[in-house]
Design a protein around this ligand. Sequence first.
Ligand SMILES: [Zn+2]
Length: 136
Amino acid sequence: MIPRIDVRGCSARKNFTGKLDFSFDADENWLDIPYVEFASSVKAALAYEIFSDEKAEVTGTVSFALKGLCSRCLATAEEEIVFPAEGVFSPSPEDEEYGYANGYVDLREFLRDTVLFALPQRLLCKACAEDETENE
Ligand SMILES: [Zn+2]
């Protein structure tokens, strides 16, 4: 379950910072590496801060595992990914900010974008990954 941030409620209670730890299932459609799938749900460890102009900043990490076949040699491969998450939410968003309405920040679009950024182009088994590092 992806929680929402109750910006108005937090502001009213003068709780301007908080933490959110939760897991959610990634959409298999996000992944377009052949023969690779999510091996776990996505864990999000986030902290938020609400500012006086009602903007909310969210930072933290998302982590998940991928499993499937190596993109080079088709051996079984697995990878754990930990990726930084950072976003700003605003009732009147500018530039890279995410919008929100009715006092609640919905994290779904932000989390989808973060996981998409975190996904590698391909999955390599240990042997192939070492091989590539040596050749660099
Ligand atoms: Zn391989």
